[in-house]
Design a protein around this ligand. Structure first.
Ligand SMILES: [Zn+2]
Length: 393
């Protein structure tokens, strides 16, 4: 299927993974266009909160078979500029749970090479497992690990998983008694300060307590949490597979009111960002009219929103350091170039728009060292940051 055909993911009703409830309040619906290796996908987003327990998740969610096909369509983690996560933050936590003669497993590793090389001093064996089992790869099957693993970790995986309990049960079965699971996910409480609600393929939105509530039902005990995660806006929760002790039943409070507040904050942030994009689009249209040149860096959701009502001319180009993105805007009739081939364009540009805010400083450093040009003040606009310059995603 070529990239210029859109595949629509079908949706289905999804019950609460936390309490099994079906009494949901739909908070927000949206659709997102995502270009993967071989196809363009239209991704439905329906953020709901369970009225019974307050867990926030996608329902109706994409159909699980369709979601598997979507994840099977290549992976977009080509990173030339820099890794999307901090190895140091991961090692800082792993250092506390190291087992020098033990086995470490990471599920769904995103560019694990350097990370695994550096954590090899903490464990005897390291394994990677793909999060989606029907991908063609050499990774091992989690069901064969049977109580052999000392530490199992997954970083920014669980927010993508439709059947959370099955996923955690697989982790539980793979771990030895006394083994540890390290789980990092985006923190719903921080959504009012970011644009993570717009991430289409996040089908779960956790707080520490909602994650704990689900994990405890599997048999895990929460032993530690940390707000310094390896990606911005996340938290790390560390669980233990206890010995013979059965976790005591606690009273939980329904988080519905809080969850609704976080989602309302997130929607306000999305609205503010839309205003920022509208103003920037006006500025771009004026510059184009005046014959000025513009470079947009990064094929992201933010770029797609920005160019929705912007009429491209030969005065504006889009660049991305990932060469596989060259056809990603084919539906808009726009080609994507590699920055290194556009040195002349950088020298002549009047405005640089960075659409991948997390990499803004790496991008500016790259431009300065490869072209000698410094973009700042009126010649620079970074989208997806708040008024204090803090990255929103
Ligand atoms: Zn529930």
């Amino acid at each position: 299927m070529p990239k210029n055909k859109i595949i629509h993911l079908q949706t289905e009703m999804r019950l609460c993974n936390c309490c099994g409830g079906s009494d949901l309040e739909l908070m927000w619906s949206n659709k997102s266009i995502i270009v993967k290796s071989s196809s363009t996908w239209e991704f439905p987003v329906n953020v709901s909160i369970c009225r019974n327990c307050g867990f926030c998740f996608s329902s109706p969610s994409p159909n699980s078979d369709d979601l598997m096909k979507y994840y099977g369509d290549g992976n977009t983690s080509y990173k030339e500029i820099s890794l999307p996560y901090s190895i140091e933050e991961r090692l800082r936590i792993l250092d506390k749970y190291k087992v020098p003669d033990g086995i470490f497993v990471e599920i769904g590793g995103d560019a694990p090479g350097e990370f695994h090389r550096r954590c090899s001093k903490y464990f005897n064996q390291l394994h990677s497992i793909e999060a989606t089992k029907d991908l063609k790869n050499k990774s091992i099957d989690i069901n064969t690990l049977n109580e052999s693993v000392d530490v199992i970790s997954h970083y920014d995986v669980l927010e993508h998983v439709l059947d959370i309990k099955q996923f955690l049960l697989n982790c539980f079965s793979a771990l030895k008694r006394g083994g540890v699971m390290i789980c990092e996910v985006p923190n719903l409480k921080l959504y009012p300060d970011n644009l993570l609600l717009q991430e289409p393929d996040h089908v779960n939105h956790f707080t520490i307590s909602s994650l704990n509530l689900i994990a405890e039902k599997i048999g895990f005990s929460l032993i530690d949490t940390d707000n310094n995660a390896s990606r911005p806006h996340g938290f790390v929760a560390i669980f233990k597979k206890e010995g013979v002790d059965i976790p005591c039943k606690k009273e939980y409070k329904n988080e519905f009111i809080e969850a609704r507040k976080y989602i309302a904050g997130a929607l306000k942030q999305i609205h503010n960002n839309d205003i920022h994009l509208t103003n920037l689009r006006k500025k771009m249209n004026q510059l184009t009219k005046d014959g000025k040149k513009i470079i947009l860096w990064g094929v992201t959701d933010l770029l797609r929103s920005l160019i929705k009502d912007y009429k491209f001319s030969d005065k504006a180009i889009v660049v991305d350091s990932d060469p596989r993105r060259k056809d990603d805007l084919i539906l808009d009739g726009i080609g994507v170039s590699q920055p290194i081939k556009c040195v002349e364009n950088f020298l002549q540009a009047d405005l640089l728009v960075i659409c991948a805010p997390r990499y803004a400083s790496d991008i500016l450093t790259w431009i300065e060292s490869n072209t000698g040009k410094i973009f700042k003040d009126a010649s620079l606009s970074i989208i997806g940051v708040n008024s204090h310059g803090k990255t929103l995603r």
